[in-house]
Design a protein around this ligand. Structure first.
Ligand code: FCB
Length: 451
């Protein structure tokens, strides 16, 4: 039996572009995801976030659901183009007001707000000036954070500067699977550095105006060597260097690992790292959030670094097919991978608290004749992964929170509405919300916090 202490924070998570809709309301500017989703061929079925879950209008009843679940906290993100429609200049008051109502709505319901400042909806105007490849974007981010922190300040329980810088940089600028859809390996590394810089500047802007907890959320890949060979272990280290440590080493240790530079030396000279950048990036923070869905098993290999691969510069590696069972994303379901990831991260960075900021599964849900969704597969996923967090805590890893992804079925980026991650079903024709069995299970679990 595992019981989580009363200070451990359980919640559920969402992100602005995936749920809000109302893309043309109250002065919101265009983001790179508006442009990308409206570009034919980029998103399955041509789906867009134009309406999504209509959360912009339904936020109050959505927050009632969070309260009814009995969650301690709720993780949301702020759409930068609602605050600064073109990414610069003074705040759009209607945008501030929306998030202010949302935060107050959470506090009135006794729910702690965890606010992500960048969950990928970059103002399109900034992308037109170079996006994350342009150093200036990091400074624009700091201005935006200053506006938000000034308006919402200490009402926010916990801040996250960025969500998954790896996805923003590597899927956005190297593979082109995400907005803005560019395909250039060096741009991915430059974007990574500028996202790190934005994080550091963002932390400074937050600390100047709030006393709340400050951190960031990463998707630290759980690379697992599939055998004991030195080649497999070496491949893990090189992948870690370009996909994991590239963010948390400068942020938590104040330097890029020499392996990161070495692995990518044929792609870039790293001349874009200016004097003083690492000091700015290396700000004290209170926690690192991890998003975990699935591990990746690898072996050594004898191949060249692949052009267009998100693992920039990495050669001699074999990715094994995911082990069954799989989720509806085709991702391996492996709770032990979560324990391993948290443990591995803690070994490298022993002094920082961790939370699981996203964890959940897309499943092929069906609605039965009574209108019910018996998603035993998702319930099982949540149960075993919360158990895996308990295992990490038992091993001494300081994990202090867990958030399910996601509260609602929503716009799953390049997969549009074809993948359902919610514990609450959304009928996109009627916008009706229906509790899946997994939501009922989470509610019961939260009442006892015991597995
Ligand atoms: C993560 C994203 C989140 C969601 C899940 C499934 O990479 O942070 O927005 O799409 O994956």
């Amino acid at each position: 039996m595992t019981t989580f202490g009363k200070d451990f924070v359980f919640g559920t998570a969402t992100a602005s572009y995936q749920i809000e809709g109302a893309v043309n309301e109250d002065g919101r500017g265009r983001s790179i995801w508006d442009t990308f989703s409206h570009t034919p061929g980029k998103v399955v079925n041509g789906d867009t976030g134009d309406v999504a879950c209509d959360h912009y209008h339904r936020w109050a009843s959505d927050l009632d659901i969070v309260a009814e679940l009995g969650a301690d906290a709720y993780r949301l993100s702020i759409a930068w183009p609602r605050i600064q429609p073109t990414g610069v200049g003074r705040a759009n008051q209607a945008g501030i007001d929306f998030y202010s109502r949302l935060i107050d709505g959470l506090l009135e319901r006794g729910i702690k707000p965890l606010v992500t400042l960048y969950h990928w909806d970059l103002p399109q105007t900034l992308e037109d000036h170079g996006g994350w490849v342009d150093r200036d974007t990091a400074y624009r981010f700091a201005d935006y954070v200053e506006l938000v922190a000034g308006a919402l300040g200490d009402r926010v329980w916990s801040w996250a500067t960025l969500n998954e810088p790896w996805c923003a940089a590597m899927l956005g600028y190297v593979t082109g699977e995400h907005a803005p859809g560019r395909r250039d390996p060096e741009s991915g590394l430059i974007a990574s550095h500028h996202l790190n810089l934005a994080h550091g500047l963002g932390v400074q802007a937050l600390r100047a105006q709030t006393h709340s907890r400050v951190g960031l959320v990463v998707n630290y890949h759980q690379f697992a060597a599939a055998d004991d060979s030195p080649e497999a272990r070496d491949a893990v280290e090189r992948l870690d260097a370009v996909a994991n440590w590239i963010y948390t080493d400068p942020i938590l240790r104040g330097a890029y690992d020499p392996r990161t530079i070495e692995v990518t030396k044929n792609v870039t000279s790293w001349g874009f790292v200016a004097d003083g950048d690492l000091d700015v990036i290396h700000q004290p923070i209170d926690y690192v959030g991890h998003n975990y869905y699935s591990p990746t098993w690898i072996l050594g290999g004898t191949n060249q670094a692949e052009a267009g691969s998100p693992w920039v510069g990495v050669d001699n590696v074999t990715f094994l097919p995911p082990k069954k069972p799989l989720s509806d994303m085709g991702w391996a379901i492996d709770p032990a991978g979560l324990t391993a990831l948290l443990t591995r991260f803690h070994e490298r960075y022993p002094d920082i608290d961790l939370i699981v900021a996203e964890n959940g599964a897309a499943m092929p849900d069906t609605v039965d004749e009574h209108g019910e969704i018996h998603d035993a597969d998702r319930t099982d996923y949540l149960k075993t992964h919360i158990g895996a967090v308990g295992d990490a805590i038992e091993k001494g890893v300081p994990v202090t929170g867990y958030f399910t992804w996601s509260l609602l079925d929503n716009f799953e980026w390049a997969f549009g509405y074809t993948k359902r991650f919610g514990i609450i079903r959304v009928d996109y024709d009627t916008q009706q919300r229906t509790w899946k069995d997994s939501a009922r299970w989470y509610q019961q679990f939260l009442a006892t916090r015991t597995l």
